[in-house]
Design a binder for this molecule. Structure first.
Ligand SMILES: [Cu+2]
Length: 403
């Protein structure tokens, strides 16, 4: 695919070929002249100096000016290439990459995240780089980008994957025992496929169990295998109920892996370290439901996939449609047709405001309808505070489609 701007490959490759070519020509030329002189002016053939010349102005000018021009040209092309790497083309999609010991997480606008960098092919991608612990390096050889990730600083790279495919990502700065586990890929998908992937939500990459998806998302599987093979940390295979020797301080203890132990091992990994492993795991701060899902997976719970909720059915069941029409007609409350994303006048705290009925507003008006009331209507709607996140999302998705 042809782009209207120079991709990082198009900016870097000619500079590399130019400097490499100039170096190659000089290496071969100088070596050839050196070999020729060694033979031509060897001692047995010329025992006495044959020339008495002690200077040649033109020769000196040439061998000063030519190399100067050459290195200035190298500097110019190198600088232009550097600028191309630093200046992100307009309209680039932003992804936030977080590096930690020893995994990557890529977060997308819209909430999806994962350990592989999914991108639409042919579009410029800006990757914002942060580290939660030590120095890492973000390196994609295929796109000629490599950048240090310094804790406390935000850095960035950009690139365009012109062709769909899978490209390696490495960590280029040695960051501890599990450094080599920081290998993942850019997955460049055709644009439509990428859009579909992004819409799928934060379900994890093909993981059957939500707990497994979370383990993958948080990078746990970089150090812990699920098939019994040994990595930096103990394998998760058959971990539940396993008797293990742990080191707490200087003392060894035998424990049984249960819920309490696993929770502690995730949040305070260095308190009880399984014998034979280094205390290398960083502590994780997770939400209760995430923790429970992970532990559910480790316990071997059968897949508990939540039944799919249909927003419209839910709205019918909850009685929303008694007051809100779907065809644009005025009822006790405003119609739901075209509501999502529209401009509405509301009364909030006694003040009249004009706002956009976006997801946040709609969510609030379902949970606490009395707080903001659409102008021209009575504050008669009962609050629905007990909707689960999944139910709320289903309703919002349905409202969005009603547009
Ligand atoms: Cu690293």
């Amino acid at each position: 695919m042809k782009t209207t701007y120079l991709t990082t490959n198009e900016a870097i490759d000619p500079v590399f070929i130019f400097i490499f070519g100039a170096s190659l020509v000089l290496l071969l030329g100088i070596t050839a002249v050196m070999v020729y002189f060694v033979i031509r002016y060897r001692r047995s053939r010329s025992p006495e100096p044959t020339s008495t010349a002690d200077g040649n102005l033109w020769l000196e000018i040439v061998w000063t000016v030519l190399p100067t021009l050459l290195v200035l040209a190298m500097f110019y092309y190198g600088w232009a290439g550097y600028l191309a790497l630093r200046n992100v083309p307009e309209g680039a999609m932003e992804v936030n990459a977080t590096a930690r010991m020893w995994s990557w997480n890529f977060a997308y606008p819209g909430g999806r995240s994962g350990t592989k960098l999914y991108v639409p092919a042919g579009k410029p991608i800006k990757v914002n780089l942060t580290s939660v612990d030590v120095l890492h390096g973000f390196y994609i050889p295929a796109f000629r980008v490599k950048r240090d990730i310094v804790p406390g600083m935000t850095n960035h790279v950009w690139f365009t994957a012109t062709k769909p495919g899978s490209y390696d990502i490495f960590c280029s700065s040695y960051c501890g025992t599990g450094h080599s586990a920081m290998i993942t890929t850019v997955e460049a998908l055709p644009e439509a496929e990428f859009a579909a992937w992004l819409k799928e939500g934060a379900a994890g990459e093909g993981a059957a169990h939500p707990g497994l998806a979370l383990l993958e998302q948080h990078g746990c599987l970089g150090c812990h295998s699920t098939d019994g093979s040994l990595k930096i940390g103990p394998s998760f295979k058959n971990i539940w109920g396993r008797k293990t020797i742990v080191q707490s301080g200087a003392a060894d203890r035998t424990i049984t892996v249960d819920e309490a132990y696993l929770k502690r091992a995730i949040m305070e990994p260095n308190a009880d370290v399984v014998k034979g492993f280094a205390p290398a795991m960083p502590p994780y701060q997770l939400k209760q439901d995430e923790l429970n899902a992970m532990i559910g997976y480790l316990r071997g719970d059968t897949v508990a996939v939540a039944p799919k909720i249909d927003g419209k059915t839910l709205a019918q069941e909850k009685g929303c449609l008694a007051c809100h029409s779907l065809d644009g007609s005025k009822g006790v409350g405003p119609t739901l047709k075209g509501l999502y994303g529209s401009q509405v006048k509301v009364t909030k705290g006694g003040k009249l405001l004009s706002i956009t009925a976006d997801a946040a507003f709609l969510k609030e008006s379902i949970k606490e309808p009395g707080a903001t009331v659409v102008e021209g209507y009575q504050p008669t709607m009962p609050p629905y505070p007990d909707l689960s996140d999944a139910e709320m999302n289903a309703v919002l998705k349905w409202l969005e489609e009603l547009k």
